[in-house]
Design a protein around this ligand. Structure first.
Ligand code: E4P
Length: 228
């Protein structure tokens, strides 16, 4: 499984990138708003993220256009800002049509706000490079986000959609992830990617037995070095 970070916060992205195992960044209008950024700075902010992570790490920048033509135009423009920009589009009829055009031009689309298997299949069929099922938001309404994710993994892996063959085809981004448990389950069911906010990413790194083990090693090493 690849780890993406789900944030537009530059410090968090810098920190996660410094770990050496970050494979992507996803942003959305809410995450950008959380940084306090203004419209005029949006593109520069996305470019900055691309510079931090480097040209081989995909960065999803979301289009807020409401029409197919608008999404195509904005998508082309966003993709021109940096080689690693993926255009994030919310699933709808307009975005499917826009995805088809953008994909045929070699522009990667991350189809977001996926809440059903048919939505994911339609996005992949239209040429999306990534589909993003939202796990946590199902849990928020007392439904199992992980059961839903497992259906998406099974359905998507049943087919070859013919797009992005040189990059291994469409990939599933487990989105709206809030805990190491969700990351574990997503990995076990074979989801390609988990996009994880910084706080949950840090929890993925920690374990009480690792902490205890380090304390024991340090205490024992102190005995070895005592009096030297
Ligand atoms: C996906 O790319 C979205 O940005 C994100 O995972 C949404 O998560 P949330 O439900 O925590 O807002």
């Amino acid at each position: 499984m690849k780890f993406f970070i789900d944030t537009a916060d530059l410090d968090d992205i810098r920190e996660a990138a410094s770990w050496g195992c970050l494979s992507g960044v996803t942003t959305n209008p809410s995450l950008y708003a959380k940084t306090g950024g203004k419209l005029a700075d949006f593109e520069a902010h996305m470019v900055k993220i691309c510079e931090i992570v480097g040209p081989d790490v995909p960065v999803s920048a979301e289009s807020t256009a409401g029409t197919t033509e608008g999404m195509i135009e904005e998508g082309r423009h966003l993709a021109s800002l940096a080689p690693n920009i993926c255009v994030k589009l919310p699933i709808c009829a307009e975005s499917l049509a826009a995805t088809r055009v953008l994909a045929s031009e070699g522009i990667r689309v991350n189809m977001t706000l996926i809440f059903s298997v048919p939505q994911a299949l339609l996005a992949a069929r239209a040429g999306a490079r990534y589909v993003s099922p939202f796990v946590g938001r199902f849990d928020d309404i007392s439904e199992s986000g992980l059961d839903f994710l497992s259906e998406i993994v099974e359905a998507i892996n049943n087919y070859d959609f013919g797009w992005w063959a040189d990059e291994g085809g469409v990939e599933i981004i487990s989105a709206s992830i809030r805990s190491p448990f969700q990351v574990t389950q997503a990995a076990l069911m074979g989801a390609d990617i988990a996009t994880v906010p910084m706080a949950a990413l840090k929890k993925c790194l920690e374990h009480p037995l690792t902490k205890r083990g380090l304390e024991l090693f340090a205490a024992d090493w102190a005995k070895v070095t005592a009096g030297e």
